[in-house]
Design a protein around this ligand. Structure first.
Ligand SMILES: NC(=O)c1ccc[n+]([C@@H]2O[C@H](COP(=O)([O-])OP(=O)(O)OC[C@H]3O[C@@H](n4cnc5c(N)ncnc54)[C@H](O)[C@@H]3O)[C@@H](O)[C@H]2O)c1
Length: 263
């Protein structure tokens, strides 16, 4: 069925889109016909991905966006409206990782994780949520949560707290915004081949005092698929949740984790 795109006519804003899962989401959304705004603190990285999308015939624009800065989020929304005239989908994906034994977790690391992973999602949801309600055309809000938002694990306390937090936030927002036709969902990746995925391997190698191969095996011990996900495999879950195929799905968290956490 040529000419049919899952996200045809949609405009999406993706945070943390310069690399990793966010860049894969932006590419897949563009392939499915969406026009995309890519926001990231790494402007050069976001511009490179946007250029690649445009060279392949898609429509994309990049902007500098720090999700802890409400004014910057408002500017990203304004840019989206100027360039594309509307917004339909927010993907709140930007996040950072920090691993340490809980008793050795510095207050500064905790504060930074909360600021980016939790307050950043709160601010993006609020700025875009208000606009979507006011525009009255419905929409989608999709958050990159994590299996770390479903259960705690060693060296992961502060990060897990932020991901449990975003799941509570998205479920509450789903209860409030679904009557406005705005569906709110999350995706819970397990291990993914991204720079953050490599950061996790490096921290586990150090924290467990093992070699890198052992750390990789340890991280995948509970996955029923014995490899990390490719970012594109995670991005496809976002395509689904942004598409008409997910018209009856809200308040959900979709695991894309190789069966690591089965609940
Ligand atoms: N990689 C994994 O294994 C994995 C697993 C589960 C969940 N996640 C989550 O997926 C999301 C993306 O992870 P990734 O693996 O692609 O990470 P990544 O580190 O490879 O990429 C994250 C992107 O977010 C950007 N970013 C960081 N702070 C920002 C800020 N304040 N404002 C705007 N952009 C910012 C970075 O510049 C980077 O481009 C994160 O929320 C992460 O917690 C990742």
């Amino acid at each position: 069925m040529s000419g049919y795109y899952l996200l045809g006519g949609q405009v999406a804003v993706v945070t943390g889109a310069a690399r990793g899962i966010g860049s894969a989401i932006a590419r897949r959304f563009a392939e499915e016909g969406a026009r995309v705004v890519l926001g990231d603190v790494d402007l050069a990285g976001a511009e490179a991905v946007a250029t690649e999308i445009v060279e392949r015939g898609g429509d994309a624009v990049a902007c500098h966006l720090d999700v802890t800065d409400q004014a910057a989020i408002e500017r990203a929304l304004a840019l989206c409206l100027t360039c594309f005239g509307q917004v339909d989908v927010l993907v709140a994906n930007a996040g950072i990782l920090y691993n340490a034994p809980f008793l050795e977790t510095p207050r500064e690391a905790w504060d930074r994780l909360i600021a980016v992973n939790l307050t950043g999602v709160f601010l993006c949801m609020q700025v875009f949520g208000r606009h979507l309600v006011q525009a009255g055309r419905g929409g989608r809000i999709i958050v990159t949560a994590s299996t770390a938002g479903k259960r705690g694990s060693r060296f992961h306390g502060a990060y897990c707290a932020t991901k449990f937090g975003v799941i509570g936030l998205l479920q509450s927002l789903a209860a409030e915004l679904t009557p406005h036709g705005i569906l709110v969902n999350g995706v819970c990746p397990g291990n993914v081949e991204t720079p953050m995925g490599e950061q996790l391997v490096a921290s586990y190698t150090r924290l467990l005092g093992v070699d890198e191969a052992t750390a990789r095996r340890e991280l995948l011990a509970e996955s029923k698929i014995p490899r990390p996900a490719r970012p594109e495999e995670v991005a496809d879950a976002f395509v689904y949740l942004a598409s008409p195929l997910a018209s009856y799905v809200t308040g959900a968290t979709l695991h894309v984790d190789g069966g690591m956490v089965m609940r």
